[in-house]
Design a protein around this ligand. Structure first.
Ligand code: UDX
Ligand code: UDX
Length: 453
């Protein structure tokens, strides 16, 4: 058996690159792992006590490996590390294009291309370049073309090793993954990368495929997951007008072993940096390759999600009507246990409430309020509260947008007198117990449950 690679570099210290490399370093003490990012503030944060990413369990993993065989470096220092790296991961963002061919749908590969350029300039000898960021199928062609232009006669192999971690459970997902996917054109480089994962992942969970299948499989996996959420959300609307309860329907549907129980939780709409971007990329690929029927099919998963968010905000606006008043928003993160709010349903919902002239006060245990407002393009009308009691005080409507555990244990009987009489709780996550609310003499409108008020 060949020895393990000695040096790994990862470009991109984001939500994916940082935790993934931390776990590799933790599980492979013999490998030197360096994470490089052009954002100096982000690197400084990775080197501090206050990591830039909130993830349960991440602090402990970083503490064990940082300074031992895990290093976070800026672009200039990092460039030197590329020369003798055996494996270089690309884990930079691949946002939706905002202009040019495919604007609004296709993935923007500009950062990936500049990484490939950076690698071509600094790598020496033979290097395996690993696509960790989600890429459109055949993106490796672009990377290979750029690497081939390197000035030092270096040789390269490109692998696709997409990440399946979900935020909030990233460390658990990395330490005990359902599967690790490695796509490549030749067995030797695949074996090098597989040898790293085999340090802690059972060999049978390491799936190897061709390069293009691996690239497409990642988009497909996210599309299937998002499709389940849109399917249950479509049913939630029907439940609300028929008296069926969406959680009961989901339990029955999910107990069929062919379907399975996960990802059937009705919600205010899915968010996160991946689902929308990856499905749009899939839609674009279908259109580009001449299969518009498939494009229309996947587009509907997104359209339904946009509708679900609008529908939720519309309910609140209809209830408050001309009375206006304060809406208490509980949760800004796109899901619990993360400080990430990219594409969070809260962005669209807060904007819609503000546009209707409502006062919006928010509380989230991890999200940075100023950063949220800036990213959401919200300049005024919204303010933060620092505790649940504060956000709820004087509210005319309550909107639960993230399923944080602490929202499940709110003492509604104690809170009730502080709310405006007639306040309705709009539970976009079905985390509030209906009976407790009814006992407290309050009204609740949960997603996928008929409103009996
Ligand atoms: C990224 C991609 O968005 C996603 O498609 C993929 O599936 C996983 O990797 P994430 O880690 O969440 O996701 O992105 P982000 O948190 O934005 O981190 C990317 C980092 O790359 C940023 O810190 C950015 O500064 C850095 N970067 C970007 C570089 O270091 N160099 C570049 O050229 C571009
Ligand atoms: C997703 C994929 O799960 C992961 O494999 C991939 O690597 C990146 O994209 P992530 O976006 O971090 O991960 O979180 P995920 O748990 O998938 O949730 C995405 C969104 O769907 C969240 O807004 C979540 O609240 C929502 N969701 C999820 C539901 O509304 N209902 C569900 O049943 C499950």
């Amino acid at each position: 058996m060949k020895p393990l690679p000695k040096k790994i570099v990862c470009i991109g210290a984001g939500y994916v690159g940082g935790p993934t490399m931390a776990v590799i370093a933790d599980r492979c003490p013999a490998i030197e792992v360096t994470v490089v990012d052009l954002n100096a503030a982000r690197i400084a944060a990775w080197n501090s006590a206050q990591l830039p990413v909130y993830e349960p369990g991440l602090d402990a993993v970083v503490q064990r490996a940082r300074g031992r065989n895990l290093f976070f470096l800026g672009q200039t220092e990092g460039a030197k590390k590329l020369a003798d790296a055996d494996l270089i991961f690309i884990s930079v963002n691949t946002p939706t294009k905002t202009e040019g061919e495919g604007a609004g749908k296709a993935s923007d590969l500009r950062y990936v291309e500049s990484c490939a350029q950076f690698i071509a300039e600094h790598a020496r000898g033979h290097t395996i370049v690993v696509e960790k960021s989600t890429m459109p199928v055949r993106a490796a062609d672009t990377i290979k073309r750029i690497l081939a232009q390197n000035p030092h006669g270096g040789t390269f192999e490109v692998l696709s090793n997409p990440e399946f971690l979900a935020e909030g459970t990233a460390i658990r997902d990395l330490e005990s993954p359902d599967r690790v996917l490695i796509g490549g054109e030749r067995p030797e480089p695949i074996e090098v990368l597989a040898s790293v994962y085999r340090q802690w992942v059972p060999a049978e969970r390491i799936i190897t495929t061709g390069l293009w299948s691996a690239e497409l499989a990642k988009l497909a996996a996210n599309a299937f997951l998002a499709q389940r959420v849109s399917s249950i959300n479509a049913l939630s609307a029907l439940c609300e007008v028929t008296g069926a309860q969406v959680d009961e329907v989901a339990r029955v549907v999910g107990s069929d072993s062919r379907i399975g129980p996960k990802f059937l939780k009705a919600s205010v709409g899915f968010g996160g940096s991946c689902f929308k971007k990856d499905i749009l990329s899939l839609v674009y690929l279908c259109e580009f390759h001449g299969v518009p029927e498939a494009a229309a099919y996947w587009q509907q998963v997104i359209d339904l999600n946009e509708w679900q968010k609008r529908r939720f905000a519309d309910k609140i606006i209809r209830q408050l009507g001309a009375k206006k008043g304060k809406v208490a928003v509980l949760g800004l993160a796109f899901k619990k246990d993360t400080n990430d709010f990219r594409e969070s349903a809260a962005i669209d919902i807060c904007r819609q409430l503000l546009a209707a002239g409502l006062e919006v006060v928010t509380y989230d245990p991890q999200v940075d309020f100023a950063a949220f407002c800036q990213a959401a393009g919200i300049a005024k009308g919204m303010r933060p509260a620092h505790a649940i009691q504060e956000v709820l005080s004087g509210a005319s409507a309550v909107a639960v947008l993230t399923e944080w555990d602490e929202f499940r244990s709110i003492d509604w009987a104690a809170v009730a007198p502080k709310l405006t009489p007639g306040t309705v709780i709009y539970d976009g996550r079905n985390v509030i117990d209906l009976q407790i609310i009814q006992k407290a003499g309050m009204q609740i409108n949960s997603v996928g449950v008929q409103n009996i008020n």
